[in-house]
Design a protein around this ligand. Sequence first.
Ligand code: PHE
Length: 343
Amino acid sequence: MKEQFEQIKKDFLIALDEVKDTLMLEELEQRFFSRRSGEMTTVMKNLKDLSNDARKEFGQFANVVKKELQGMISERSEELKGQALAELEKKETIDVTQPAIPAEKIGHMHPMSIINKELEELFTSMGFMVLDGPELESDYYAFETLNIPSHHPARESMDTFYVKDNPHWVMRPHTSPVQVRAMHKYGAPLRTVVPGRCFRNEATDGNHEHTFYQMEGLIIDKDLSISNLIGIMKGLLEGILKKEVEVRLRPGHFPFVEPGFELDMKCFVCGGDGCSACKHSGWVEIIPCGLVHPHVIKAGGLDPEVWGGFAFGLGSMRLVMQRYGIEDIRHFMSGDMRFLNQF
Ligand code: PHE
């Protein structure tokens, strides 16, 4: 019996010598000590067939050997763990003196986001709050509250995407629905801008895209005048374009403003000579605006006898084109990395 244990110990030592990693050590442990078929376990199980005295003698001996071998397994296990850690340390050392990867290499902001961020900063510095509105909008806020009832021809010009089988929901064709939403929520006086994505079923060209960005602006206060409006608009354009901007005001028709205007700026891309960004006219329609129509103020739950308003719908995507000299609006949605990597 003793010889059997001696033999196991010999085999064990040879096997232990070959162990190079924790996996091999586990296998070794299983080979000798697995409950069902381990070599050591099997021999120990045979002890029960011996006479009482012999069982006592060999039993004690077996336990000593077992403890010894298991001790060696634990020792080797610690050794291996230490080795693994040392290797990891070598492989994964962090060189704190290595220069950081410049942020531009990982990614950067889209030009539209750059301008939106700047616009938001500019407007918040003038006391405006920045709001958000839903892209899937109700017919009620998109048109009804804006003085555009269902029979109104202005609906036609909005090229609206309706939701199939449900005339009450539209993909908003402009950010103006937020005018009444904001009045409902915050009352008066009020100063807010709302950057957002809009959708129109457009025949696309260099200047029109089915998905585009606007920034709605709304001021509700007492004693507002057109000159306030022109001052703010010019300041805003010059703040973003960082140069003096030539603007002109033309009458414009929108059912939710009275009077309504088109504020145009001299094209920055061609300097006024005419290009695809300005439909070859030298001027870009950049800020449609006007004094808020009394019907809209009323729809917002305010008294038009007391409160006046001033609204604009900045074509923020056009502003990006002006700032960076982008000649075709379709670049924005093209997903072309050659375009995007320039910013
Ligand atoms: N919502 C209008 C459009 O998209 C623009 C606009 C906004 C005009 C606010 C006047 C006042 O065409």
